[in-house]
Design a protein around this ligand. Structure first.
Ligand SMILES: NC(=O)c1ccc[n+]([C@@H]2O[C@H](COP(=O)([O-])OP(=O)(O)OC[C@H]3O[C@@H](n4cnc5c(N)ncnc54)[C@H](O)[C@@H]3O)[C@@H](O)[C@H]2O)c1
Ligand SMILES: [Zn+2]
Length: 556
């Protein structure tokens, strides 16, 4: 499309199901709904038929135009408009400027049947006049034929004859997604070499930009995805003191008004208490639905800021600017946002995708060394589960990568982020099990983290040990040769990651692993390796094998 559409306009002849379908789409997208006819009734206090009778059609069309003008200035709105409305060129222009126009079609016979049924059991509606003429079916045919050339101008047409309301709604969302993809396709066709990948979600796709020094272009890229308004930067003290003023300056010079809310660093900040503090700040600054949130920092700031973006005013547009290695390749991609509860990590949250992700590997220069090393575990994990060639790239460039050589580190992050994007795009809401493979190493990791009250291991350190556990289990089950287990160990060690632990109560670890299961189902679903780049999910791993592997890890 050559325009930026933010609304969905549903139109079509009477009896094609506009209102019902529009309400179903609203429910699925969690957008707002406006029916221009209802709006006119609300404003004038008169039923449509009465306006027609007393004031004439032109008075009605005038009111309709005004309602359409107001509606088309909004965003994330599903607008149901009467079939006669888009015949007016001015209305059509207004609606198509900001809305994707979907026309619902049906055969005259079906329309007649539906209207007849509706009239027989429903309240008085404006469609009845169509039925009071001598030959209603013929009248429907004529009127429809007269309007057909206007309906044909819609962006998308759906023949509703054999479809349920839900199926039509689904088709509309598919159209929205498809046409938006064409939009993002155009974005990539502008040969923006900074785009590493796109994350495809149910209703749209968004770009992940990765580039050395790319922070300078944050304003430009944000504008490129059609975001505007006031930007509220949410960051922790460590990151803000290093990059806060720079980011504010960049956004301001791109034309954004900028506010900032800075929180203390550390996992304790990822809490409802801080989310509420940020809500208070946004309310105080009169933040509106078109304004944007910029999450600047590691995964903690990203999860917290994203949670606020998902919930404030039922959702603000937001941008992820990850500054830690874990955030660049993992936390910023996939739309999982949330805060911790005193009883458990990430217990409160949502799936809420950002409008874009922008990662600048240059910012890693200030990341504490231990945090950087921990991040490599997730990078390596992406290779181990899906991409042998990437593992080879990593092991051939350990020195350059760990020294953050610009070209190498940018390549590694772009590729690792693309692997995560590919997985989450196939299973956005973790319903189909495809996202499960990202949990490689995480069953034991979560056990280790919980058994040590989250204050002993960094996440990536626990994941590295967990991956060694999973590889050893794979070997015990006859899935993986010992040489591959050793191969994995070498890579992890070369990147400075731990491969075992000491001084831990193993029963604590197994208990924590049991508690970590998110469902009541009995067996833990282990992500195991069959080869480098090839996973298998197994629910039949015995407790003895797990315990034996934990003992081996304790000796490593
Ligand atoms: N949403 C997801 O899908 C997802 C995935 C993985 C992890 N996470 C979450 O992410 C968090 C862990 O992420 P993290 O490791 O980035 O933690 P973090 O955000 O706490 O950052 C780690 C430390 O590094 C500092 N830091 C970050 N970038 C810096 C930079 N460029 N220079 C100097 N200091 C910098 C931070 O201030 C902090 O002290 C956890 O809360 C975890 O639950 C979420
Ligand atoms: Zn992880």
């Amino acid at each position: 499309m050559d325009r930026q559409v933010t609304n969905l306009v549903i139109t079509g002849f009477s009896g094609t199901g506009k209102s019902l379908v529009a309400k179903d789409v609203v429910r699925r997208l969690n957008w707002d709904f406006l029916d221009t006819d209802d709006e006119i009734v609300r404003q004038t206090g008169k039923p449509i038929a009465e306006i027609f009778r007393h004031d004439g059609e032109s008075a009605f069309r005038e009111l309709e135009r005004e309602a359409i003008r107001k509606a088309s200035q909004q965003k994330q709105l599903v607008i149901a408009v009467g079939g006669g409305a888009i015949v007016d060129p001015q209305n059509y222009e207004l609606l198509s400027e900001t809305g994707l126009i979907v026309c619902l079609e049906a055969k005259p016979e079906i329309i007649y049947e539906r209207l007849f049924r509706e009239a027989a059991c429903g309240p008085e509606t404006e469609v009845r006049p169509l039925l009071t003429v001598d030959n209603p079916l013929e009248r429907i045919r004529q009127l429809k034929a007269k309007r057909q050339s206007y309906y044909a101008k819609a962006d998308w047409t759906i023949h509703t004859d054999c479809l349920s309301v839900g199926e039509v709604a689904e088709e509309i969302i598919r159209a929205w997604k498809l046409l938006n993809r064409i939009d993002t396709c155009r974005l990539s066709n502008t040969s923006d070499k900074d785009i590493a990948c796109f994350v495809e979600t149910a209703i749209q796709s968004y770009p992940v930009f990765v580039g050395y020094g790319l922070l300078d272009k944050l304003g430009e890229k944000t504008k490129k995805v059609a975001l505007s308004g006031t930007a509220t930067v949410i960051s922790d003290e460590n990151v803000f003191s290093l990059y806060g003023n720079k980011v504010k300056g960049i956004l301001k010079s791109a034309g954004f008004s900028v506010n900032a809310f800075v929180v203390p660093p550390g996992e304790e900040t990822k809490s409802m208490d801080y989310a509420v503090k940020i809500y208070d700040f946004l309310v105080g600054h009169r933040t509106e639905r078109d304004d944007i949130i910029i999450a600047l920092g590691g995964g903690m700031a990203g999860d917290l800021a994203g949670f606020v973006a998902a919930t404030f005013l039922r959702g603000l547009p937001w941008v992820q600017v990850p500054t830690s290695l874990i955030a660049m390749v993992d936390a910023s991609i996939g739309g999982k946002v949330g805060v911790n509860h005193p009883k458990g990590k990430n217990l409160i949250g949502a799936f809420y995708q950002p409008n874009l992700v922008l990662a600048d590997p240059q910012t890693l220069a200030t990341l504490p060394r231990r945090e950087l090393t921990s991040g490599w575990a997730e990078v390596i994990k992406h290779g181990l589960i899906l991409d042998e060639e990437f593992v080879q790239f990593l092991e051939s460039n350990v020195d350059g990568l760990t020294k953050l050589e610009p070209e190498l580190i940018t390549r590694a992050i772009a590729h690792s982020a693309s692997i995560k994007a590919q997985v989450v795009s196939q299973d956005e809401k973790e319903r189909e099990g495809k996202r499960t493979i990202l949990n490689y190493g995480h069953t034991i990791a979560h056990g280790l983290e919980a058994a040590t009250q989250y204050n002993h291991f960094l996440h990536g350190e626990a994941v590295a040990i967990g991956m060694m556990g999973a590889a050893r289990l794979s070997q015990r089950l006859g899935l993986l040769p010992v040489a591959t287990v050793e191969h994995q160990r070498t890579i992890l060690q070369e990147f400075g990651l731990p491969i075992g632990f000491s001084d831990l109560d193993l029963t604590e670890v197994t208990r924590a692993m049991e508690l970590d299961k998110k469902t009541k189902e009995k067996a833990i679903r282990w992500v195991l390796l069959q080869d480098i780049g090839k996973t298998v999910i197994r629910g039949d791993v015995s407790q003895q094998d797990v315990l034996a592997v934990l003992r081996e890890l304790a000796r490593s």
